[in-house]
Design a protein around this ligand. Structure first.
Ligand SMILES: CC(C)(COP(=O)(O)OP(=O)(O)OC[C@H]1O[C@@H](n2cnc3c(N)ncnc32)[C@H](O)[C@@H]1OP(=O)(O)O)[C@@H](O)C(=O)NCCC(=O)NCCS
Length: 145
């Protein structure tokens, strides 16, 4: 079951963040999301008391953005990413969002496949989008029922 992320969760969340992204968010970035970004909602997924995944979504009126999702390495390929994306859809619908958007690196095939499986379509390619390696981003979107 997904629970709202608290500041006490940050050490575990940061471990997953660091093993998941070459260019990762810092504790300060998460604190900003949790305490200063009025649009952000962050959740964690626990298994046997341990945090195994998290997500950050932004609810901006009729638009939801998936800002981040990550599953701990040893828990991947077990359906958790898909489960979290269903939860995210539900949150968007509950909050009256009509559309969901996200950006993903061209090379991130696991994530792109996950999003496709969840009904996202490619909307546009943002060339040279990521500052660290100048990679393109795919902007993807789906309508929320
Ligand atoms: C992307 C990520 C969240 C997927 O989580 P997961 O729990 O492993 O995903 P699931 O087991 O629920 O898989 C659901 C679908 O995603 C796709 N998928 C997941 N891992 C994949 C892989 N290694 N290669 C290809 N497709 C993959 C498949 O379509 C899969 O469906 P299937 O099992 O029917 O083939 C996970 O790999 C992750 O945390 N990656 C690092 C962080 C990241 O890149 N986040 C996204 C940033 S935009």
């Amino acid at each position: 079951m997904m629970e709202e992320m608290t500041l006490a969760d940050l050490p575990e969340v940061l471990q997953i963040e660091e093993e998941s992204f070459a260019s990762h968010w810092s504790e300060k970035d998460f604190r900003f999301e949790m305490t200063e970004n009025p649009y952000a909602k962050l959740y964690v997924l626990r298994k046997d008391g341990k945090i195994v995944a998290y997500c950050d979504i932004w609810i901006i009126f009729e638009r939801m953005e998936v800002a981040s999702i990550a599953v701990a390495k040893e828990y991947r390929k077990q359906g958790l990413g898909y489960q979290i994306m269903q939860f995210i859809d539900q949150k968007g619908i509950e909050n009256g969002c009509e559309f969901a958007f996200l950006e993903v690196r061209e090379s991130n095939l696991p994530a792109r496949e996950l999003y496709k499986k969840c009904g996202y379509i490619d909307l546009k390619v943002k060339r040279d989008y990521y500052q660290d390696n100048h990679e393109d981003a795919y902007e993807m979107m789906k309508g929320l029922a």
